[in-house]
Design a protein around this ligand. Sequence first.
Ligand SMILES: Nc1ncnc2c1ncn2[C@@H]1O[C@H](COP(=O)(O)OP(=O)(O)OP(=O)(O)O)[C@@H](O)[C@H]1O
Ligand SMILES: [Mg+2]
Length: 369
Amino acid sequence: MSEAQATNLLAFPHADAKSTARTAGLSCDPCSLPIQQQLERIAPSDATVLIIGETGTGKELAARQIHERSRPRGPFVAVNCGAFSESLAEAEFFGHEAAAFTGAQQARPGWFEVAHGGTLFLDEIGDMPLHLQVKLLRVLQERQVVRIGSRKPVAVDVRVVAATNVELEAAVQSRQFRRDLYYRLNVATLRLPPLRERPADILPLARHFAESYAHKLGMRGAVLSATAVRALQRHAWPGNIRELENAVHVALLMCRNGVIDAGDLPIVLRSGEAPDAAAADETTQVLRGGLLRLLESEADALYERVERLLVTTAFEHCSGNQVHTARRLGVSRNVVRAQLKRFGLLDREPALLDREPADDLPERDALVG
Ligand SMILES: Nc1ncnc2c1ncn2[C@@H]1O[C@H](COP(=O)(O)OP(=O)(O)OP(=O)(O)O)[C@@H](O)[C@H]1O
Ligand SMILES: [Mg+2]
């Protein structure tokens, strides 16, 4: 029996071998087990699920597991809610009739209709534009969609699983995410902890990836040396399971005779301590010192001052680009937009927003001044 089989690899007795391989998830850490049990309890129902977790923690995998364990059903359709321009998004989600707008030559079903009888995975739900949130709420309540250009509602039987890597509550507070939609989506919540909070998962996952990539690469097998094991256990894994998977994949390509050594791992893992970690630590100390001085100074509205400084500095660093700023801060673009508006930075120069980083610094300075 392989190590992956010996540990707690989720198996789906009703799924075919291919989909089982695609959706099987490993979890061994005591912190992961209750989550896996929760997933198994939630999955067979029709309840809408909100999955919360940092990047690479396995949100999509969990959504697929929920789908596989639902009652017999149709397709699993994954859609990134931030991927469409605001003008296209409505047609993408709800469909359109022929000639409903310029360029709409043929009628097209939206994602809800495509997912009929199955699961619609709404990834990065925090990035859904506000005007679409109202429509999504209506579809969830009425279980029917109306295509653009039509008046006829179409019934849709779709289980919705949404995912976010930011706390949606903050977006609700700043009125960038509708509270009623938040409650409607948050019927069942699955919080996936980052890998650093479930260290006992690191090695079984690493061995699982080593085995499966060795198989794909036509190798007879792969093992981890003691130094590789130590390097893997020491790392903080900011990119979580995806980072671990990529690290093992790269190491397999580098290693000799199927033995993964510390030297085969990506450089950030090799040097005892991640170089960034020491620098981050020092920066945190400097920041903390500054905050303490501010606290001692009895300055007013400290929270707002610090928040403003963070957002405007990030916005400046990202050359006035909202999408990049949001990514850098690890929040949704809606949150960034709301903050910029609150700090009066949106009203001044709307034409400059959303552009790619450019080198026209004088304009940017005008924005963040
Ligand atoms: N428990 C697990 N067992 C095995 N593989 C896993 C597990 N969790 C995640 N993975 C693998 O890690 C990778 C990242 O997972 P996934 O894409 O589901 O993460 P995510 O949270 O959706 O990431 P992002 O926020 O970046 O979209 C995938 O290749 C997935 O198969
Ligand atoms: Mg994902």
